[in-house]
Design a protein around this ligand. Structure first.
Ligand code: 3PG
Length: 389
């Protein structure tokens, strides 16, 4: 794969695909992690003297129509403050756009274009015709084979990886391809069903698989305990048992919490009760792991060579159910292991417990991060490989 940093971009028209898909509320970006991650690539292209254009999707709008709710204008406002050059939002760019050295042109949401999601060839060719060099830097969207992430790269004169994408692949490769062991993965979040494939592939690779959140509830039920009114998936209990057996057959394990924090309602003011996992009653809802479980997991993390973290251990948005996630975040921060965190909720926890500079690498990917962990080939990366060195 060619890397943008190696190229001479002086006077060239450079079109960079970033993942600027960030949460926006009332016209203002509410989490800028992805924008901060994209800035060095944009700045580098500007410094290299290119006429720089950036494109991204935001959200999942209906194609073929403009919708202000999904406009990149809030992102343009952010970039205007973050960069020292003029930044301009272009709405009609498909049939030609004026891009000059010394300014940044941001294309309006690529998902407004008909054919973006189905990787339409004519659309991809139009995008390719706008530039001399196409830079794929959107790691967060690298698992999508769409016109702006894949098709355009097949038709552009030159297609290369941006430094952010290259950095993501290097860090994730270090964790997954030849990791310092023990390799410990923490997979939290609400449902087993949405993370089944990643749990499956990790249970065959890692030395310890730690499950948390609603996912852990299904494993608690699989271990024969009452989970009361907790979120769990009865139809995946057999699957959970199989995953545990798979991990154990390799000398690993998927430990189930020994103590849990329960409440009788899901609310910010619900009062938290600590229980042994065997004491959960039919009215309880499990919202966090207890201190003994957190301590045991911290011990596992202390000895890890590599830690991969996706998903919180409990309902950490409410402080009374956040202790488990907090303790684990702290244990990751204290560990000497090479650590990677990825996924929206995970990054919110990283921010809340202020461990960002103690995690070795923070991935900008959500779905893409999970697919990488599953060992799947990311279509945009495959496209760049096909374009050669
Ligand atoms: C993400 O937030 O995971 C990426 O930006 C991809 O978005 P998508 O799931 O709508 O394709």
């Amino acid at each position: 794969i060619i890397n943008m940093s190696e190229l001479d971009l002086q006077g060239k028209r450079v079109l960079i695909r970033e993942d600027l898909n960030v949460p926006v509320s009332d016209g203002v970006v509410t989490s800028d992690a992805r924008l901060r991650a994209a800035l060095p690539t944009i700045k580098l292209a500007l410094e290299k003297g290119a006429a720089v254009m950036v494109m991204s999707h935001l959200g999942r709008p209906t194609e073929g129509e403009y919708n202000a709710e999904f406009s990149l204008q809030p992102v343009v406002n952010y970039l205007t403050k973050a960069l020292e050059c003029p930044v301009r939002l272009a709405t009609d760019y498909l049939d030609g756009v004026e891009a000059n050295v010394g300014e940044l042109v941001v294309f309006e949401n690529v998902r407004f274009n008909v054919g973006e999601k189905k990787n339409d060839e004519a659309l991809a060719k139009k995008l390719a015709a706008l530039c001399d060099v196409y830079v794929m830097d959107a790691f967060g969207t690298a698992h999508r084979a769409q016109a702006s992430t894949h098709g355009v790269g097949l038709h552009a004169a030159v297609a290369c990886a941006g430094p952010l994408l290259a950095g993501e692949l290097e860090a994730l490769g270090k964790a997954m391809d030849n990791p310092a062991r023990p390799l410990v993965a923490i997979v939290g979040g609400s449902k087993v069903s949405t993370k089944l494939t990643v749990l499956e592939s990790l249970s065959g690779i890692v030395d310890q698989l730690v499950v948390g959140g609603g996912i852990a509830n299904t494993f608690i039920a699989a271990a024969g305990h009452e989970v009361g009114k907790s979120l769990y998936e009865a139809d995946l209990i057999e699957e959970a048992k199989r995953l545990v057996a798979n991990a154990q057959s390799r000398g690993g394990d998927i430990p189930v919490p020994t103590d849990v924090v329960v409440a009788s309602e899901f609310s910010p003011t619900a009062s938290a009760t600590l229980k042994d996992v065997s004491e959960v009653t039919s009215d309880d809802m499990i919202f966090d792991i207890g201190p003994d479980s957190a301590e045991a997991l911290s011990e596992i993390l202390k000895n890890a060579g590599t830690i991969v973290w996706n998903g919180p251990l409990g309902v950490f948005e409410f402080d009374q159910f956040g202790e488990g996630t907090k303790r684990i975040a702290q244990a990751i921060a204290d560990s000497n292991a090479f650590s990677i965190a990825g996924g929206g909720d995970t990054l919110a926890a990283v921010d809340k417990y202020d461990i960002a500079d103690k995690v070795s690498y923070i991935s900008t990917g959500g779905g893409a991060f999970l697919e990488f962990l599953e060992g799947k080939e990311l279509p945009a990366v495959a496209m760049l490989e096909s374009r050669g060195k």
